[in-house]
Design a protein around this ligand. Structure first.
Ligand code: NAP
Length: 250
């Protein structure tokens, strides 16, 4: 029987994949048979993540590149397509937060977050299109956030970047559908990572009260959804925003 979840012979590029959600995505795809390319700016952690992926039996490569820079992204994609015959999956996961109230937010805080979270994803999508167009197949997933859907105090830059990713997702989905390329977005809620561990305990308690499943999610639970969206199990799904948030937004 065909297993629509298998990714054998497919190559996946995951940005910001040295740790956290990105690393969990890499491992989920590696376990399903994909070749994985770990992009990040942290070489040491990226190499360690690649070792973990190899231990799952996958071919794994590391590409150190700052996705903010279009030329660096172009070179990274060239390097991947020289090494692997195809480039089938792109997961735009790299993201940062530089929180602050609107009145006090600096231009740098605004520009940095928009550059990494939104322009970085655009740079990567633009760079993979030629290859995916030629193949007439591909699956792209953008990691947004529930904050991009509902907004948040002190996160105007982050929320705008993550909401921007939803427009990017839907536009790319429409533009690429005739070429056999699907584009979807995942909007995680509160996921157990270094990012959420840094939230003060009283605020964490308040957040938990709003989550029907009454706990934070795990990086593996986000990775499971991404795995589904890049596999043939979701071949009739494109342009969608899927929440993985314990029911926080319904
Ligand atoms: P994380 O642990 O901070 O991992 C992100 C990785 O991306 C880091 O290794 C980071 O390197 C790297 N990175 C930063 N800027 C980069 C750039 N310009 N080019 C390439 N790589 C870059 O983050 P996470 O918590 O796993 O989150 C992953 C994604 O999920 C983000 O897009 C985030 O917004 C989204 N998300 C997270 C949560 C959550 O609860 N954690 C919820 C909703 C959505 P450095 O550490 O060296 O900067």
């Amino acid at each position: 029987m065909d297993n629509v979840y298998r990714l054998d012979d497919r190559t996946a590029l995951v940005t910001g994949a040295a740790q956290g959600i990105g690393k969990a995505i890499v491992l989920a795809l590696a376990k399903s048979g994909a070749n994985v390319v770990i992009n990040d700016i942290n070489k040491e952690l990226a190499e360690a993540a690649a070792e973990e992926a190899r231990a799952c039996g996958a071919q794994a490569a590391v590409e150190i590149a700052d996705i903010v820079h279009p030329e660096a992204v172009k070179k990274m994609v060239e390097s991947i397509t020289n090494r692997f015959t195809s480039l089938d999956i792109l997961v735009n996961n790299a993201g940062i937060a530089k929180d602050g109230y609107i009145m006090r937010m600096t231009d740098e805080q605004w520009d940095m977050v928009l550059s990494v979270n939104l322009k970085g994803a655009f740079n990567c999508i633009r760079a993979v299109t030629r290859k995916m167009f030629k193949q007439r197949s591909g699956a792209i997933v953008n990691i947004s956030s529930i904050i991009g859907v509902m907004g948040n105090i002190g996160q105007v830059n982050y929320a705008a970047s993550k909401a921007g990713l939803l427009g990017l997702t839907k536009s790319a989905a429409k533009e690429f559908a005739s070429r056999g390329i699907r584009v979807n977005a995942v909007a995680p809620g509160y996921i157990q990572t270094a990012m959420t561990e840094a939230i003060p305990e009283n605020i964490q308690k308040k957040y938990l009260e709003g989550i029907p499943l009454n706990r934070y999610g795990t990086t593996e639970e986000v990775a499971n959804l991404v795995h589904f969206l890049v596999s043939d199990a979701s071949r009739y799904i494109t342009g969608q925003v899927i929440h993985v948030d314990g029911g926080l937004i319904m």
